[in-house]
Design a protein around this ligand. Structure first.
Ligand code: AMP
Length: 395
């Protein structure tokens, strides 16, 4: 795997695809700069070698139309502040504005190009557009995991124009290593904890990871489809009736593959989907009509804790309850605490995909797990076993 460490950037222009798709408030101030901070080590490596960095990114969904609100100019000051050099700005990512700005760029300098998605050709993966981008730099660096699952011009197609001179940035390389640690090289026992709302949205992940894990903990809204399929009464809990066959087939496949599946045995049920609803602990197979399971129960958490604490590699995707409401967040917080403890005891823990990162950040577990993925959709597709086009283009 080629990274920026395989190159000396002295007097070279590095064309770096970063993910600066950051949230802005009404006054166009950056409200969470973590994506910019995450790209810093790669940029610094290029500058310290004596090279210059041309940064390209998208921001929001402009759908091919330029607008002030989605201009990357809005974040230029923030990027300068974080990188520690005065970042220059090109008012377009291709054409005269970009070419001129690149021509004037000196070693040690950083240039931020305008929003790639102001051009429809970006998302279309247009080859001509990719060639124009490619003409700006000597070495192509992809450091944007968040868009690595898209075959866009700047994430994938552009790499064709750098047959030898292309590599991963530190951030993207870290993501690849973290995923491999779970899916390929992880120390056993390997445990996946899958939560979230629906079986249907996680089915490809489940099928793929059954070949990689020793234990699969299933929690959250997915639980009830499995329980009902086995004859339990799930009351008014979220349940996909048309996925019951699938749930049984997953249980069968797991058995054949020697994977132990751990499902909840008790739940915190509520008489309404509401933080102030009446609640009670009931067996997962005996939820009264008019009640719905919204979080894991105490015995379930005890069982899950034992599995997590004896695991050496842990993957966590999806909340175990409706964590957005404090009454039903306790199970998700408990799982975070068990993973924290396992990690302190030497396990490798990876959290990522969809809502898991939001839950981890909300409850302050970010620094307690080994790695939190920066890409929601890209992470989910990696767990499904797909080779992401942005990664394949470099390999
Ligand atoms: P996903 O995007 O599939 O990871 O699902 C995340 C969502 O699942 C969160 O918004 C949770 O509130 C929701 N969720 C977790 N457990 C349950 C449950 N028991 N009933 C309904 N929704 C749930």
């Amino acid at each position: 795997m080629k990274t920026v460490d395989n190159f000396n950037f002295k007097s070279k222009k590095a064309l770096i695809r970063v993910d600066f798709n950051v949230p802005l408030d009404g006054d166009l101030n950056v409200t969470d700069a973590s994506r910019i901070t995450a790209a810093k080590p790669t940029i610094i490596k290029v500058l310290e070698d004596g090279g210059s960095a041309i940064l390209m990114s998208h921001l929001g969904r402009p759908d091919g139309k330029a607008s002030d609100a989605l201009s990357l100019k809005n974040i230029c000051t923030k990027v300068s502040e974080i990188i520690g050099v005065n970042v220059k700005f090109a008012t377009d990512c291709v054409g005269d504005a970009a070419n001129e700005a690149v021509k004037n760029l000196k070693s040690g300098e950083v240039l931020l190009l305008e929003n790639l998605r102001f051009h429809n050709e970006e998302e279309a993966g247009d080859k001509g557009f990719a060639e124009k981008l490619a003409s700006l730099g000597d070495i192509y660096v992809n450091d944007a995991f968040g868009t690595a699952h898209r075959a866009h011009a700047s994430t994938t197609i552009v790499a064709e124009f750098f047959p030898e001179n292309k590599c991963f940035g530190y951030l993207l390389a870290k993501e690849i290593v973290a995923i491999d640690k779970v899916m390929k090289t992880g120390e056993k026992p390997v445990t996946a904890i899958l939560g979230g709302s629906k079986v249907s949205s996680k089915i490809t992940i489940i099928e793929n990871i059954l070949d990689k894990v020793d234990h699969l903990i299933i929690g959250g809204g997915m639980t009830y489809t499995f329980i009902k399929a086995q004859g339990g009464n799930v009351g008014d809990s979220i349940c996909e009736d048309d996925k019951q066959e699938l749930a049984l087939s997953i249980l069968k496949q797991a058995k054949e593959k020697g994977v132990q599946i751990h499902l909840p045995v008790d739940v915190l049920a509520a008489n309404d989907f509401n933080n102030n609803a009446e609640t009670k602990i009931v067996p997962v197979t005996d939820i009264p009509n008019g009640w719905q399971g919204l979080d894991a129960g105490p015995q379930t958490l005890e069982n899950f804790k034992k599995v997590i604490l004896m695991s050496k590699t842990i993957l966590w995707n999806g909340p175990i309850g409706v964590f957005e409401m404090p009454t039903f967040a306790k199970g998700t917080i408990a799982i975070g605490n068990y993973i924290d403890e396992a990690t302190k005891n030497g396990a490798f823990s990876l959290v990522g995909g969809g809502d898991s990162v939001a839950a981890v950040k909300q409850f302050g577990f970010e620094d307690k797990v080994s790695y939190v993925s920066t890409g929601g959709g890209a992470m989910l597709e990696s767990l499904e076993g797909k080779i992401l086009p942005g990664i394949a283009a470099i390999l």
